[in-house]
Write a protein that binds this ligand. Structure first.
Ligand code: GLU
Ligand code: ZN
Length: 487
C-alpha cells in the first residue's frame, strides 16, 4: 500500500509551494490506490500558530485536495500534530543515546559561536566540531542528572559516504565529513524537525516521501537515522522548486505566494489547481492543458519531471482562470461570485462604514468598489502630495509592507500600530503619511476608513497593493532593502 504525506509547518500564510507539493503527493498516492496523509509539523513552538494551521487546511480543501488521515479527520496513527507526540520523540531519542548513536552536547551558546567564528575565519564549513563526543557515558549521565542543560546530537560517521537515491535524480553520494552532527532534541526536550520527521514517517508507514528539493541535504541525516533505528527508509523524491519568471526562487517579494492571495484576487480553485498541475506535469500540446485532479494522477510522471524548476507564470494562470470562468453557466458563475465575495457579516460592516460618507445610494458602489477589486490603479500623481515626497513615500511603503508581513495578527490595532511606527521612524506626521496609504490601498484619498478596509481586504491583498504602489514609484533597490531593514 502506497502512503504519502504532506507535512507543513504552521508558520505564516499557506504557501502555493505547499499546495504544489501536496498535489504531487495526493496524485501519486491516488493513482495507485494509496493513502494521502496530512501531518502538522509544529515543533517550532515559537513560530507555529493555530491560525496558520487552520488556514493551511482550509486552503488545501478550497483547492479540492483532501486527505485520508490528518489532524481534523483523525486516522489510525493519530495524533497527526507533532506537538501532541512529544513522548514518542523522547523515547526514540533515549534509544539512540543508549545505543551510542546520539550524544549529549553541553556546549554553551558562546562556545558554539566561537567555534563558528573560527570556522568562518579558516573558511571551513560550519559544522559542530565533536567537542562533547569525548565525554564518557558516565560523565554525560552525571551532568544531565545534575540539571545542566544539553541538546542531543546525531552521531555521524567520521569517514566514508552515503548514497541518497532519488526517484528522479538517481543516486547522489554525500561524504560524511560534510554532514553536520545535527541537533535531534533541543534543550527544552522538544525534537527538531529531523528527528520528529523520521520517527513520524516511520510510525505513519509512509512509503514515499515527496517534498521540495530544499530538503535534499537533510536526506543523509534522515537515512542515517533509519539505519540506526533499523527501519526501512521510504523512497525519496525531491521536487524542483517553483521559480519567479526571472528564475529566482519563488518569493513573495516578487510574486504573491499565499494561496489566500489567489483566493482573494478571485481566482477559481479549479484554475489554480490546473495551473499547479501543469507545473508538475507539463503537456506537449495546448489542447492537453486543461485538466483536473483525476487527470493529474494519470499524467504525473516523476521519472521525466524537469529539474530546471517550473516558472510560476501568473499570465498563464490568468489565461486558465478566464477559461474556467467562461466554462461556467451563468448560474454557476453567480454562485462562484457569491462564494468569493464577503460574507454577510463583512457586507454588513462595509455598509455601516459607508453610511456616514454617502449622500445617495448611487454613491455606495463606487465608494466600496476597491474592496471588490484585485489591484487598484495608482500613479505617481495620485500617490504623492505636497507633504510627502517620492523618497519618503517609497520608504514608507516598503517599511509598511515589511512590518505588516510579520506577526500572527492582521487586525485593526496591529495595522494601526505598525503604520504609526513607520511614521515615527520616518519622522513625519501620521496624518500626512496616511494619505499615501489610503491611495495605495483604495486607489483614492477619500475613501472608507483605512484600517477597517485593510482588515477586510486581508494581509495578502494589502501587501500586493503596497507593492504595486511602490513599484509605481520606482521600487526598492537591493542596497536600500538591506539598509532600511537593518535600521
Ligand atoms: N515540515 C517540513 C516543511 O515545512 C516538511 C518537509 C518534509 O516534507 O520533510 O516543509
Ligand atoms: Zn558540545
Amino acid at each position: 500500500m502506497i502512503r504519502t504525506r504532506i507535512a507543513p509547518s504552521p508558520t505564516g500564510d499557506p504557501h502555493v509551494g505547499t499546495a504544489y507539493v501536496a498535489l504531487a503527493n495526493y496524485a501519486f498516492a491516488k493513482r495507485q490506490g494509496g493513502k494521502f496523509v496530512l501531518r502538522i509539523e509544529d515543533t517550532d513552538q515559537a513560530r507555529s500558530t493555530p491560525e496558520s494551521e487552520a488556514a493551511i487546511l482550509r486552503s488545501l480543501r478550497w483547492l479540492g485536495i483532501s486527505w485520508d488521515e490528518g489532524p481534523d479527520v483523525g486516522g489510525p496513527h493519530a495524533p497527526y500534530r507533532q506537538s501532541q507526540r512529544s513522548a514518542l520523540y523522547e523515547k526514540y531519542a533515549r534509544e539512540l543515546l543508549e545505543k551510542g548513536d546520539a550524544f549529549r552536547c553541553f556546549c554553551s551558546a558562546a562556545r558554539l559561536e566561537e567555534m563558528r567564528e573560527t570556522q568562518r575565519l579558516l573558511k571551513q564549513p560550519s559544522r559542530y566540531d565533536g567537542h562533547c563526543l569525548k565525554l564518557s557515558a558516565d560523565e554525560s549521565e552525571r551532568r544531565a542528572n545534575a540539571g545542566e542543560p544539553f541538546v542531543i546530537r546525531l552521531k555521524v560517521p567520521d569517514r566514508g559516504s552515503i548514497t541518497v537515491d532519488d526517484m528522479r535524480r538517481g543516486p547522489t553520494v554525500f561524504e560524511w565529513n560534510a554532514v553536520d552532527m545535527q541537533v535531534l532534541m533541543k534543550s527544552d526536550g522538544l525534537p527538531t524537525y529531523h528527528l520528529a520527521n523520521v520517527v513520524d514517517d516511520h510510525l505513519m508507514e509512509i512509503t514515499h516521501v515527496i517534498r521540495g528539493e530544499e530538503w535534499i541535504s537533510s536526506a543523509p541525516k534522515h537515512l542515517l537515522l533509519y539505519q540506526y533505528f533499523g527501519w526501512k527508509p521510504p523512497v525519496l523524491m525531491h521536487l524542483p522548486l517553483l521559480r519567479n519568471p526571472d528564475r529566482s526562487k519563488l518569493s513573495k517579494r516578487k510574486n504573491p505566494t499565499s494561496i489566500l492571495f489567489y483566493e482573494r484576487m478571485g481566482y477559481l480553485p479549479e484554475a489554480l489547481l490546473n495551473f499547479l498541475g501543469l507545473l508538475l506535469a507539463p503537456v506537449e500540446s495546448e489542447h492537453e492543458e486543461l485538466f483536473g485532479l483525476d487527470d493529474l494522477s494519470r499524467r504525473l510522471d516523476f521519472g521525466t519531471i524537469s529539474l530546471g524548476g517550473p516558472v510560476f507564470d501568473v499570465a498563464k494562470l490568468d489565461w486558465l482562470n478566464g477559461h474556467y470562468i467562461r466554462k461556467k453557466s451563468p448560474a454557476e458563475l453567480e454562485e462562484a461570485f457569491g462564494e468569493w465575495t464577503y460574507d454577510r457579516a463583512a457586507l454588513h460592516e462595509i455598509v455601516a462604514l459607508a453610511q456616514q460618507r454617502i449622500e445617495r445610494l448611487s454613491d455606495l458602489a463606487p465608494l466600496c468598489a476597491f474592496l471588490f477589486a484585485g489591484r487598484v490603479a495608482v500613479s505617481r500623481e495620485t500617490l504623492l502630495s505636497a507633504k510627502i515626497d517620492a523618497e519618503t513615500a517609497r520608504k514608507a511603503l516598503a517599511l509598511a509592507m515589511w512590518r505588516l508581513d510579520d506577526g500572527p495578527l492582521f487586525d485593526k490595532a496591529t495595522i494601526e500600530g505598525e503604520l504609526r511606527a513607520v511614521a515615527d521612524e520616518l519622522g513625519v506626521k501620521f496624518r500626512d503619511l496616511s494619505r499615501l496609504y489610503y491611495v495605495a490601498i483604495s486607489g483614492s484619498a477619500a475613501s472608507l476608513p483605512l484600517f477597517d478596509s485593510m482588515v477586510l481586504l486581508g494581509r495578502d491583498l494589502c501587501r500586493e497593493r503596497l507593492r504595486t504602489a511602490l513599484a509605481e514609484l520606482g521600487g526598492v533597490s537591493a542596497a536600500e532593502q538591506k539598509a532600511w531593514r537593518a535600521a
